[in-house]
Design a protein around this ligand. Sequence first.
Ligand code: ZN
Length: 432
Amino acid sequence: MRDYTREIDFYCRRLFPITRSITGDGNRESLKILQEIVPIDILEYPSGLQIYDWTIPDEWNIRDAWVKNSRGTTLIDFQKNNLHLVSYSTPLHKTVIYEELLGHLHYLEEMPEAIPYRTSYYEKNWGFCLSYRDFLKYFEKGESYEVFIDSDLGPGSLTIGELLIPGLSPKEYLISTYICHPSMANDNVSGMVLTAFLARELLSRSPLNYSYRVLFVPETIGSIAYCAMNTEAMRTVRAGLVISTVGGPGGFGYKQSFDPGHYINHLIEQAFFERGIGFVTYPFDIHGSDERQYSSQGFRINAATITKDKYYEYPYYHTSLDDLDFLRPENINEALTVYRRLCNKLERNLTYKNLRPDCEVMLSRHGLYPKTGGGILPAKNSPSEVDAMLWLLFYCDGKMSLFEISQQTGISLETLYETAIRLEEKSILQRI
Ligand code: ZN
């Protein structure tokens, strides 16, 4: 298996410093970098567009922001860390007293070194984030402060990256990640990079059995906008993956899709077992990422997420400590091997129809049976290729998938797939 660690590291380092939000030039710049990996199409949906219950907001761009004390010393500087500014802060330049400023400062007493990540997308507001240590050091009652935010908030558009990878079947799998977080490495530079590498790999495998719809969206508003603008296509997606937080030092895990019995969950577990990786199972929850939109009643896409140091779970989550020291590119590479194995399984989960359903097929007539009869007894534990053929011919009715046949018979999906290909070549099975 190729090791992409160095290449992954190169892209993580370039993407990490960019100021991203739900809209803005940082998202375009990030997608442009990802276009070096895969040919992503860039879609722009205009501000004000009604998308179901939501409206695409004005576009936000930021040039500079700082807070100075009365002696002109800069206490908080956006140029040093883009997490210092609450995302979507409105433009501002004024002097405020301590008491007023306090309502606009965010820090974490329980993690005094960390700058928290905060946003105010839909409520016009402004704010700064800083470590509790700096707050205690620099701010005091009775002082006044000069606040400067050089941002634009006005009509523009929301930017989405889309890549459609056609396969032999028009039936699609969705692969989606989010691009709206500024400088945090595991959440979600890791997901953006892994998604691009996975897409590149799928693109290189031709022909694929299934088609893939790969999306790079601002979380929530982006997936809602995409669903609204591509309703018919999204309603027919078979299943999906939402890629997030895949590069931390902690353990692997996966968030199940809403139907725990769905094959995508079983196939993820198989992929972990086969690679000898321990994992935590997180049952579906209504909180999370864009699976909330994709799994909503109108779409009901079973979308799962494989993680390494899952969002919500690691202590540095949504803080400045989720940085390039916390993220390990080799972890992303390892997560990529699990996703790759999963995609191999999705590719093999085909559905066939037996073209000779009336009584048994005479396998020897098609060169599919050992020449001498009598010597073959049904194997108790390890099924032979003849067993796999007989079970396929028994179950392939044009409805039952190879995964379901695998569940019924205990024969691996991989064996069933290889055997089905042989029967397809003999025109005994037909792919649906
Ligand atoms: Zn997040």
